[in-house]
Write a protein that binds this ligand. Structure first.
Ligand SMILES: Cc1cc2nc3c(=O)[nH]c(=O)nc-3n(C[C@H](O)[C@H](O)[C@H](O)COP(=O)(O)OP(=O)(O)OC[C@H]3O[C@@H](n4cnc5c(N)ncnc54)[C@H](O)[C@@H]3O)c2cc1C
Length: 308
């Protein structure tokens, strides 16, 4: 399997965007079976360059995350990255997970701080654990053998009271400590990404890929819930358009496809190194966006039969 930094370097040299997909571990056995039998084959038929699998809140999916990444790599031959957070983990437990990942041939980790469980207030590190993702990055760099990704926030991280520039300087510390690339939080106004990129690249001399994360809207209520959790802003026009569509989720999905297509097209024209799709394990929207962008393979899967 490849180091993701090498994928970005190779594609950048060929002037091609890197397309990556993010998945979450399904909760139930039935969901997992559907994911491996239906959703994943259809998504991978879209030929992403790599994929990543999230790490459940509080470290709840630790084994499942590694198991899914391992299966994707072995059964589908695609480079996959495991997300890893500091939540509820001591340094020794993190070392065990890194050992386990290395033993499975997982070469790529997204090093995150993670969030406290809902209602638990501010983040508190586990005793003997890490307070910031930068410490996890440094630990993994010293551990050795991994390509390391980090999270970036084009609007600033929701909990950074000193504002977005302070948050972006904290991101610079992750990169200086060894992060090889950055995947951003979802956002809906490309101006936020351009300001973030210019501040880091032109202002702070960051050279690693800063990869926009894009989420296809599935419904008005879903996207309001997501953005409230992560602090991303919804542009006024987008809110008004979704209000107009009301409970018509089918129309909202189509609207989301068109919106994300326009967003991605502008980002790629402006030199973004690729797009990281928050697929939510669904096929249809990501497939159509890639098709509209002219980035889908000639005979993509039939998404209608794969999404729940
Ligand atoms: C692409 C992507 C994937 C994600 N995947 C997952 C996942 O799988 N599982 C999950 O639980 N969560 C996930 N998250 C969410 C993420 O864990 C949360 O947003 C979390 O609150 C911040 O994580 P971080 O790694 O950016 O933390 P950090 O980089 O540690 O930043 C956290 C806060 O601390 C501040 N900070 C950092 N360093 C310092 C310092 N030295 N002094 C003072 N303040 C500082 C930052 O500005 C920020 O406000 C993901 C986020 C993104 C963007």
């Amino acid at each position: 399997m490849q180091f993701i930094r090498d994928i970005y370097a190779r594609k950048q040299a060929a002037r091609q965007p890197v397309i990556s997909f993010e998945f979450f571990p399904p909760k139930t056995d039935e969901g997992l079976a559907h994911f491996f039998d239906r959703s994943l084959p259809a998504l991978l038929a879209l030929k992403p360059d790599y994929c990543s699998v999230t790490y459940g809140a509080g470290g709840s999916t630790r084994d499942k995350t590694l198991m899914i990444v391992d299966r994707i790599q072995r059964e589908f031959g695609l480079t996959a990255m495991a997300h890893l957070t500091c939540v509820n983990s001591t340094r020794d437990q993190i070392r065990q997970i890194a050992d386990q990942a290395r033993g499975l041939g997982i070469h790529n980790l997204l090093a995150l701080r993670g969030d406290p469980p809902a209602g638990a207030g501010d983040f508190r590190p586990a005793e003997g654990g890490f307070e910031f993702a930068s410490q996890l990055v440094a630990f993994l760099r010293e551990f050795g053998g991994f390509c390391i990704g980090a999270a970036g926030f084009p609007e600033g991280h929701i909990a950074c009271k000193e504002g977005k520039h302070a948050d972006w300087r904290h991101l610079k510390a992750k990169i200086d400590g060894g992060a090889d690339f950055v995947l951003t939080q979802l956002f809906f106004d490309n101006a936020d990404y351009f300001e973030f990129r210019d501040y880091l690249a032109d202002g702070l001399g960051v050279k690693v890929p800063l990869v926009p994360g894009i989420i296809p809207i599935l419904s008005g209520s879903q996207i309001k819930r997501f953005t409230a959790l992560c602090g991303a802003a919804l542009p006024e026009q987008l809110v008004a358009d979704l209000e107009r569509l009301g409970d018509n989720d089918e129309a909202a999905i189509q609207y989301g496809i068109d919106y994300a297509t326009r967003q991605c097209a502008e980002l790629l024209r402006a030199g973004a190194p690729g797009i990281h799709f928050y697929t939510l394990n669904r096929v249809r929207s990501t497939a159509q966006i890639l098709s509209h962008l002219g980035l889908a393979p000639a005979s993509p899967a039939s998404p209608a039969r794969t999404d729940p």
